[in-house]
Design a protein around this ligand. Structure first.
Ligand code: HEM
Length: 187
């Protein structure tokens, strides 16, 4: 598969383009008295939107994405996330910027890893990381702070698996909020 779409080289991000569906997701989320486990299904759409130039010297190839996640137990959407992935061909740095309705925004960075037909994308951010940070509302900073974010995606052909960890400070303790799923490309 070519990484070039409409004349733009998306490098490792080309593997993500399309609409993905998966129904084997598991969410582990905080509760005042412990944790809840939520089996889920979801759709994630990645769209190639061209490139952007910064300060006339950096060029990023960019995908826009939208992830909609529903609980299996009641078919209600319980996570809705949107953002961008970027790739700088000169430095081979990848970025994920995301926002969620709770009032949390993340700009995570990392490096891609291509192993034959397998593409691995790893990004991370932390509140005390000077390069890749997390911005959140005053309420979230005080009551449900996201201190660290780690995201790993592995793509092989039309199968994608991801695992992400959000290290939270909530209910007076540190909690590892995690999500993972395996999805298939439907177009
Ligand atoms: C598939 C992805 C995700 C799912 C399904 C999910 C689901 C959940 C659920 C079920 C809760 C418990 C509170 C509630 O019932 O609404 C929760 C809490 C939370 N999530 Fe997520 N989440 C996801 C990704 C993220 C990401 C990417 C972030 C931040 C970068 C995040 C930040 C938080 C925070 C700060 C809370 C604590 C707020 C609270 O429990 O009241 N989550 N999430």
């Amino acid at each position: 598969m070519s990484n070039i779409i409409d004349g733009v080289d998306y490098g490792p991000l080309a593997a993500l383009v399309g609409t993905w569906k998966g129904d084997k997701g598991m969410d582990i989320a905080p509760e005042p008295d412990g944790k809840e486990e939520n089996p889920f299904y979801e759709t994630i759409m990645f769209e190639a939107i061209g490139d952007v130039t910064n300060a006339e010297s950096q060029t990023l190839a960019v995908l826009r994405y939208h992830q909609v996640v529903s609980r299996k137990s009641d078919d209600q959407v319980f996570h809705n996330e949107t953002g961008y992935w970027g790739w700088d061909s000169k430095t081979d740095v990848i970025t994920q910027s995301l926002t969620i309705p709770r009032g949390v925004c993340v700009l995570a960075g990392g490096k891609p890893n291509m192993k034959g037909h397998v593409t691995v994308l790893d990004v991370q951010a932390a509140v005390d990381n000077k390069d890749w940070g997390i911005i959140q509302s005053p309420f979230m900073q005080d009551n449900a702070r996201t201190n660290e974010f780690y995201h790993n995606i592995t793509i092989e052909g039309d199968t994608m698996s991801y695992f992400e960890t959000m290290v939270l400070d909530i209910y007076g303790k540190t909690f590892e909020h995690t999500d993972g799923n395996t999805l298939s490309r439907s177009n």
